[in-house]
Design a protein around this ligand. Structure first.
Ligand SMILES: NC(=O)c1ccc[n+]([C@@H]2O[C@H](COP(=O)([O-])OP(=O)(O)OC[C@H]3O[C@@H](n4cnc5c(N)ncnc54)[C@H](OP(=O)(O)O)[C@@H]3O)[C@@H](O)[C@H]2O)c1
Length: 298
C-alpha cells in the first residue's frame, strides 16, 4: 500500500538518516555510504525532533534497539531499558517523522512468533504475534503500534547471515556452538536485506514486511554447506529445542519459526533463493577468514 501522502520518489536522490550506531545500522551505512548516521542516543521526543530538523532527511532508518549483552536473555532482567529502547523510542521516532512528512523504515524481528504458524506457508505479515521472551514482547509491541501508520515500514528480519565474521552473525554463532539446535528456520542474508531496505525507502512502501529469503533453512544443511565451503574439519553435536533450556544453554526458549515473505513482491522487491544466497554468503565468509578477518563486537 502506498499512502497518498507518501508517494514513490524513485526519481529523487534520497537523503537517509540512520538511528542505531550498531551492527545493522553500520552494515547499511557500509552498503549505502551516502546515508548519514545519527550517533546521539536519546529517548527524548524534543531531542529527536531537533535531530530531524537539523538533518532534514527524506527517510529515517531505525536500526536502534536494545538487543542485550551478550544476548537477549539480558532483557529478562532489564525490562524497563528494553521496553524504552524497543517500544517507546520507535513510537517517538515514528511520531516525529509523521509530523515532518518523513518516511520511517523500522527494523522489526521475526522472533515475535513462536512455533508452527496457522498458515502452512509460514507466519504472515498480518498474523498476531505470540512472543515468549521479554525482548520479543517489546519488539512485537512496537510492531503493533507502528505497523498501521501511514508513514512507516516495519521490516522484520530473522537470523542474519553475513559475509563478515561477527558475534552478531548467525554463521559465526552457529559455528562456535559445540551443540547446535536441530531445527529449520527462516533466515535473512544481509546483502538481500540491505537491497530490500533501500528499495522500501525508495518506494516509500508502508506496512509490515518479512525480509527473509524464501525457503526455510535447516541448520543441518547450513552446517553441511559450512563444512563444504568454509571449514572441512568443523564438527558439532545436535540438540533439540527443549534441551537448550534444560541443559542450561539459554534462559528462555528461542523462537524457532518460518516466516512467509508475501509483501515485498507487491513492490517488486525480490530476495534470492535461500540456497543460492546462503552458499554465496558462505563463500564470501570463507574469503574473509582466509584474508584474516577476525570477529569483533560489531
Ligand atoms: N541482530 C539481529 O540478529 C537482529 C535480528 C532481528 C531484528 N533485529 C533488530 O535490528 C535492530 C538492530 O540490531 P543490531 O543487531 O544492529 O543491534 P546493536 O548492534 O545492538 O545496535 C543497536 C544500536 O542502537 C543503539 N540504541 C539503543 N537505543 C537507542 C536510542 N534510544 N537512540 C539511539 N540509539 C540507540 C544501541 O546503542 P547501545 O549499544 O549504546 O545500547 C546500539 O548501538 C534492533 O532493533 C534489533 O531488535 C536484530
Amino acid at each position: 500500500m502506498l499512502d497518498a501522502g507518501f508517494q514513490s520518489r524513485d526519481d529523487v536522490f534520497m537523503s537517509i538518516l540512520i538511528f542505531g550506531n550498531g551492527w545493522i545500522g553500520n552494515k547499511f551505512l557500509q552498503a549505502h555510504p551516502e546515508a548519514r548516521m545519527s550517533t546521539v542516543i536519546t529517548t527524548n521526543p524534543g531531542e529527536i525532533g531537533e535531530i530531524l530538523d537539523f538533518e532534514e532527511p527524506d527517510n529515517v532508518f531505525n536500526a536502534a534497539g536494545i538487543t542485550g549483552q551478550p544476548n537477549v536473555d539480558w532483557c529478562e532482567d532489564h525490562q524497563v531499558e528494553t521496553a524504552v529502547g524497543n517500544t517507546m523510542f520507535p513510537i517517538m521516532l515514528a511520531q516525529a517523522c509523521a509530523e515532518r512528512g518523513i518516511h520511517l523504515t523500522h527494523l522489526g524481528s521475526g522472533c515475535i512468533f513462536y512455533g508452527d504458524s496457522p498458515d502452512p506457508k509460514g507466519w504472515l505479515e498480518s498474523d498476531n504475534p505470540n512472543p515468549v521472551a521479554y525482548y520479543s514482547k517489546t519488539k512485537a509491541a512496537a510492531d503493533l503500534v507502528l505497523g498501521p501508520m501511514p508513514n512507516v515500514a516495519v521490516v522484520r528480519l530473522r537470523l542474519p547471515l553475513d559475509h563478515e565474521p561477527s558475534p552478531k552473525n548467525t554463521i559465526t554463532k552457529l559455528a562456535s556452538y559445540p551443540k547446535v539446535l536441530d531445527v529449520r528456520n527462516s533466515v535473512t542474508v544481509m546483502d538481500d536485506l540491505m537491497s530490500a531496505l533501500f528499495q522500501i525507502m525508495e518506494k516509500r512502501a508502508t506496512g509490515v514486511f518479512h525480509a527473509v529469503n524464501p525457503e526455510p533453512l535447516a541448520y543441518r544443511d547450513l552446517m553441511r554447506w559450512y563444512r563444504e565451503i568454509v571449514d572441512p574439519n568443523h564438527v558439532n553435536d545436535w540438540i533439540s529445542e527443549d534441551d537448550l533450556v534444560s541443559q542450561g544453554l539459554a534462559v528462555k526458549k528461542r523462537s524457532t519459526n518460518i516466516l512467509a515473505n508475501t509483501r515485498l513482491s507487491e513492490f517488486g522487491i525480490q530476495m534470492r533463493s535461500t540456497e543460492e544466497a546462503v552458499k554465496d554468503v558462505l563463500r564470501r565468509y570463507a574469503d574473509e577468514l582466509k584474508n584474516g578477518f577476525r570477529a569483533t563486537g560489531n
